[in-house]
Design a protein around this ligand. Structure first.
Ligand SMILES: Cc1cc2nc3c(=O)[nH]c(=O)nc-3n(C[C@H](O)[C@H](O)[C@H](O)COP(=O)(O)OP(=O)(O)OC[C@H]3O[C@@H](n4cnc5c(N)ncnc54)[C@H](O)[C@@H]3O)c2cc1C
Length: 365
């Protein structure tokens, strides 16, 4: 039986970054496994039959305010500058998202400046001091009209839960801008990995001390290899055999269509809050910058079952997660990290940041 210093479960960013750091900085022998047939976790991209680079698990755009995360990844990839923009299609008109001065002026047929816009929203917003749910959170910022056309049905489609039954934090993160900045993210570093994410992962995992085994689940391998320490980036409830019950996730299904023309839609992402069963139409080629005569567009359909994508943001689920986190604290030499290990929606950069932090902790031991 081969012996490793570390077994890492999951070859997404959480697992891969830790594998690379442990192998290259501490000379540890690492076995990293994934039950899927590819590395990269949910950031995995590949060339479809038409030769278009697409992202299998939905649009992934890299952005961060953390210099250390950007510098870390820069060792493994060249970058393509890309600032993400998202539009919403409401009543057949295209609006900037997040809501900004352009959105408000176009929606209400006005020509306000920043100050006037702020005053106007102050007039139409519902005065609620401490919003107790997502609906209150939005109407307390922008009033009922924008809430109804941009948020209510989108949230229902996305979660199959009414905004009144979702934590206020779900919509609290959505900014309202009083200027015309139409970039989706405000972070300093906004780039796409020049040749896609999968190639980046192959470079991260290319160290001689790292062994990668795909189509291998933790259950299947745990008694067949020897290891000193375990890093688990899969679902924390699965690790504990769902002892307290299952942590719920929202999933997505995709419908892909290839077109015989360089571009199909004007923007990378168009949201459809009120029409259709899908929430968005994504043409990632705008972001990857691939030069090819065809294009592929994906429609995202929220789903109750399938791959675990989004933890469902309700307090009962947070409490359930905390019970599992309590159990995990009692284990020695077992570490949970990543969006499934922490049952938290985390962007790529946050996951990398957390993994680098865990590495620092491990290297001090
Ligand atoms: C639709 C969508 C869009 C997103 N867009 C963005 C974006 O634009 N920008 C951004 O910064 N972030 C985005 N994210 C977040 C991003 O996907 C995550 O931050 C990142 O993938 C987390 O990496 P991870 O390693 O924690 O998890 P994952 O990437 O999910 O990797 C976990 C891996 O573990 C494997 N695994 C699980 N259990 C087991 C087991 N028992 N045995 C073996 N293997 C196992 C899984 O197969 C998976 O490959 C998006 C997320 C979603 C869902």
């Amino acid at each position: 039986m081969k012996k490793y210093d570390y077994l890492i479960v999951g070859a997404g960013f959480a697992g891969s970054v830790l594998a690379e750091r442990l192998a290259s900085q501490l000379n540890k022998k690492v076995l990293i496994i994934d039950k899927r047939n590819h590395v990269g976790g949910n950031c995995y991209d590949y060339y479809d039959k038409a030769g278009v680079l697409i992202q299998k698990y939905g649009a992934h755009l890299f952005h961060t305010k953390y210099k250390e995360v950007f510098d870390y990844l820069s060792q493994f990839t060249k970058w393509r500058r890309y600032e993400h923009r998202v539009k919403a299609c409401v009543d057949k008109k295209i609006y900037d998202l997040p809501i900004n001065l352009n959105t408000i002026n176009k929606f209400f047929g006005k020509d306000l400046n920043s100050k006037e816009c702020s005053n106007y929203l102050n007039k139409i917003r519902v005065k609620i001091k401490k919003p107790k749910d997502s609906e209150e959170q939005v109407v307390s910022k922008v009033g009922w009209d924008i809430y109804k056309r941009f948020f209510e049905k989108y949230t229902l489609k996305q979660w199959e839960i009414h905004p009144r039954d979702l934590e206020p934090e779900v919509t609290a993160r959505i900014p309202i801008r009083f200027n015309k900045d139409d970039r989706y993210f405000g972070d300093k570093y906004q780039f796409m990995s020049k040749n896609g994410f999968t190639e980046l992962f192959r470079k991260i995992l290319g160290h001689k001390n790292i062994t990668v085994k795909l189509q291998t689940s933790y259950k299947k391998i745990k008694d067949r290899v020897k290891f000193d320490k375990l890093i688990f980036t899969g679902c924390i409830d699965e690790f504990f055999n769902y002892k307290f019950g299952q942590l719920p996730y929202r999933s997505l299904k995709f419908k892909w269509k290839t077109y015989n023309k360089p571009f199909y839609q004007e923007y990378t992402v168009i949201n459809f809050p009120n029409d259709y069963k899908y929430t968005k139409s994504v043409e990632i080629k705008h972001a990857t910058g691939q030069k090819i005569s065809k294009t592929t567009v994906g429609q995202e359909f929220p789903a109750a079952s399938g791959e675990p994508y989004y933890p469902i943001p309700q307090s009962k689920n947070k409490k359930l997660y905390e019970k599992y986190a309590g159990l995990s604290n009692e284990l020695k030499d077992v570490y949970f990290v990543g969006r499934l290990g922490e049952y938290k929606y985390l962007n790529m950069d946050q996951v990398i940041y957390n993994s680098l932090k865990l590495f620092n902790k491990l290297s001090r031991k």
